[in-house]
Design a protein around this ligand. Sequence first.
Ligand SMILES: Cc1cc2nc3c(=O)[nH]c(=O)nc-3n(C[C@H](O)[C@H](O)[C@H](O)COP(=O)(O)OP(=O)(O)OC[C@H]3O[C@@H](n4cnc5c(N)ncnc54)[C@H](O)[C@@H]3O)c2cc1C
Length: 298
Amino acid sequence: MVYDEIKAICPHSLQDIFLKSLTTFKIGGKAKYVCYPQSVEELKNLIQYCNQNKIQFYVIGAGSNILADDSGFNGVIICTKRLKQIENLGGGKVKAQAGVTLAELLQFTKNNGLSGLEWATSIPATVGGAVVMNAGAFGGQISDICESVTILMDNKIVVLQKSKLFFNYRHSVFTNCKICVIIDVLFSFNISNVEKVTFNIRENMLKRAKTQSVGFASAGSVFKKTDDLAPAFMIEQCGLKGLRVGDAMVSPIHSGYIVNVAKATSEQVLALIDKVKIAVKDKFNKDLQLEIILLKGE
Ligand SMILES: Cc1cc2nc3c(=O)[nH]c(=O)nc-3n(C[C@H](O)[C@H](O)[C@H](O)COP(=O)(O)OP(=O)(O)OC[C@H]3O[C@@H](n4cnc5c(N)ncnc54)[C@H](O)[C@@H]3O)c2cc1C
């Protein structure tokens, strides 16, 4: 009954889907419904339906920063994957819908000789998720190029200018907001040329291949950088590279990553996180903060 109603609103919807198939960590139990709206209208109607029927919803992009609970999610997962429009507005301004991947946006900017996103090479994110997390690398971050964000909240479409987004290190006003849904983002790039942008992308690709090619499923860096010492450095100094709980392992290549070597569970990852936190606190007297987001079943 509920599924039929959801499908009538959003035809690209599925039932009883493992979250492990929707996250780069390849971990997570079943979500009751997974919906892929392909227009803002569908998205709006779907959220309205969830609110009216008191069904919990959770929005995901590429699922590359999420540790989904083994118990799954008893509600609607809204995946933005089908919101894919990119519009060149001229003068370096580009509008991209939430589900555009950074790889697609980077390709678009490269083809149009626009510079400012080259740091994002190989980050497996969507535009929406990247704004939520203020994703960044090699000294660049999404807040450098983001001008405004269009969101859906309380059934209203609102445009928020950058000054209202409170960007910080891997943080924005949206980071813990479960009711704000990013629809699209207006970016401002520097006018450059295809050759320069291509060169920058290649350089960053080589750097990443050297340091971050961990070879297993992951959600990227597990912990946020603290003021002075990098979590990866402290974890390595504690001798934790390769430490395992079940199939969850501190990557021997990049100790800031926890990898899923086969069939890790969220419970195993959380137990490993606890061990790492305790060791770092003991040796460095630092409290590691999670960068990854926990998606917990209700
Ligand atoms: C191999 C690997 C390398 C990585 N390297 C980097 C790196 O160099 N730098 C870096 O910053 N991160 C990195 N990450 C982490 C991750 O890619 C980023 O945090 C990214 O911004 C997450 O985007 P996403 O689309 O996957 O979001 P998701 O993981 O799907 O979601 C993240 C959060 O955003 C919310 N969200 C997503 N879309 C929307 C939306 N449209 N509206 C409202 N909320 C939304 C979700 O609810 C969740 O809270 C890496 C991850 C991996 C697996």
